[in-house]
Design a protein around this ligand. Structure first.
Ligand SMILES: N=[N+]=NCCCCNC(=O)[C@@H]1[C@H]2[C@H](O)[C@@H](O)[C@H](O)[C@@H](CO)[C@@H]12
Length: 451
């Protein structure tokens, strides 16, 4: 664990300091200007699916306040901004007809970012599949690879050059574990047979979108995964086996096919009869050369043998641990360990930390306009120090995107969890930079030396 006090933090030249959001979580106005509904528009309007029935109908109203938000990014000195595009704004039916007004929104946003010296980092898919494609089977339909590549081509042709860093998928693990296995996320399926098929098709779509980019684009494209280190709860073989299953299920299930062209062996054991025999040719599509991998890091899991489904593990709460509002342990060392594992396993592929942050119970905006969030400052500081340790050990980390720029819609948890470095008053939609935003601004200005 790095001792913050006695370090000279010099981040690499060109290290990119930014913040991240996602379309459905901040934009609002999901059907404006000819956009089609997404699976999240449909899911959130299904009674009981989200806390308090919260929807993305308004969210942070970024669809109308985007210029103000870019102004805040500039005020904070952000060098990059990671955002996602709502597929159904661009292709309301998912394929075919392009909605020019939807494309124009993102084109204006990109131009405003560039005019303010902020590099766009664009995610094609951050969970909001067009409802029209879900009606055709969604990620369970093998045609999804063609649908996704078509969507990518529309954006590459419109934005490549102004956008120079592209991401195909955000967190395929959450899409499948949440959306197809446990049903907590859209489209709300609960099937151990569907989950591996959706996961595999997501990766086929990733490969097809990368192939399409190589034919159309001239810059960088990568994949974003949420991964977390699994530490044994005890020293039994059963716990060691549980760690191997948990690690394969979350951390290798998507990186292995994308970077090695195969699945970890544990997945057949984990899914049993529900694990299909995938065509070998699929792995030639899935495994495409990438320019970088984005890692979203939040926490670790102390893992023991258990009865969770499907990986048969249990996560052991740490009595002396510090936990966030989402119940995740604050464990910065896990990020260092994870980055070292990534380098050992996949080599020297450049890495961006594309999400890192925490939900804490923030106080209301004080009279003088401050939001005091010391726990978030401590979290971000310690995780940046952990990244620095990994860089010092030779991991090629190229940048850091704090999650999130704004308080926003935390999916099924609605607006109950605040991850932003900027506070959003959901009644007035007023933005107020928190103390963490001011602190982060200083870190960026000093290029990390003031950590
Ligand atoms: N135990 N445990 N495990 C923690 C597993 C974390 C999985 N969730 C994420 O990574 C999501 C990612 C998403 O991109 C963003 O859209 C979400 O708002 C954030 C915050 O939730 C994170």
């Amino acid at each position: 664990m790095s001792s913050l006090a006695s370090k000279d933090f010099r981040f690499p030249e060109g290290f990119l300091w930014g913040a991240a959001t996602a379309a459905h979580q901040i934009e609002g106005a999901p059907l404006a200007d000819g956009a089609g509904p997404s699976i999240w528009t449909r899911f959130a309007h299904t009674p009981g699916m989200t806390l308090n029935g919260d929807t993305g109908d308004v969210a942070c109203d970024h669809y109308h306040r985007w210029k103000e938000d870019v102004g805040l990014m500039r005020e904070l000195g952000l060098q990059a901004y990671r955002f996602s595009v709502s597929w159904s704004r661009i292709l309301p039916e998912g394929t075919g007809r392009v909605n020019q007004k939807g494309l124009d929104f993102y084109s204006r946003l990109v131009d405003e970012l560039l005019a303010n010296g902020i590099e766009p980092l664009l995610t094609l898919y951050h969970w909001d599949m067009p409802a029209a494609l879900d009606d055709r089977g969604g990620w369970l339909n093998r045609d999804c690879a063609d649908w996704f590549a078509e969507y990518g081509r529309v954006l590459y042709r419109a934005l490549d050059g102004r956008v120079r860093k592209w991401v195909t998928l955000n967190e395929p693990w959450v899409v499948t574990d949440g959306g197809y296995l446990h049903g907590a996320l859209a489209p709300g399926h609960r099937s151990r047979f569907e989950a591996p098929i959706a996961a595999h098709n997501l990766m086929r779509a990733h490969g097809a979108a990368v192939q399409a980019y190589r034919a159309e684009g001239a810059h960088e494209i990568g994949l974003v995964v949420n991964i977390e280190p699994k530490y044994p709860a005890g020293d039994s073989e059963a716990d060691a086996a549980a760690v191997r299953r948990a690690h394969a299920y979350m951390n290798e299930q998507f990186l292995h096919p994308a970077l090695l062209g195969r699945y970890p062996d544990e997945l057949r054991d984990i899914f049993g009869e529900a694990w299909p025999d995938f065509p070998e040719a699929d792995f030639g599509l899935i495994r495409q050369p990438l320019d970088f991998v984005g890692i979203n890091y939040y926490t670790r899991s102390v893992t023991g043998d258990g009865d969770s489904y499907p990986q048969r593990t249990t996560v052991v709460r740490q009595p002396l641990g510090t936990y966030t509002e989402t119940g995740w342990e604050v464990f910065p060392q896990g990020l260092t360990d994870l980055l070292l594992w990534f380098k050992r396993t996949y080599g020297d592929l450049p890495v961006y930390i594309t999400e890192n942050g925490a939900a804490f119970f923030d106080p209301p905006v004080a009279e003088e306009g401050r939001v005091r969030d010391p726990l978030r400052i401590d979290y971000l500081r310690k995780h940046l120090a952990a990244i620095h340790d990994a860089i010092a050990a030779g991991v090629d980390v190229r940048g850091y995107m704090a999650w999130s720029l704004l308080d926003n819609l935390e999916w099924s948890l609605g607006y109950s969890k605040r991850f932003g470095i900027i506070h959003v008053n959901y009644g007035t939609l007023e933005r107020t930079p928190k103390d963490s935003a001011r602190w982060y601004s200083g870190i960026i200005r000093s290029h990390g030396r003031s950590l």
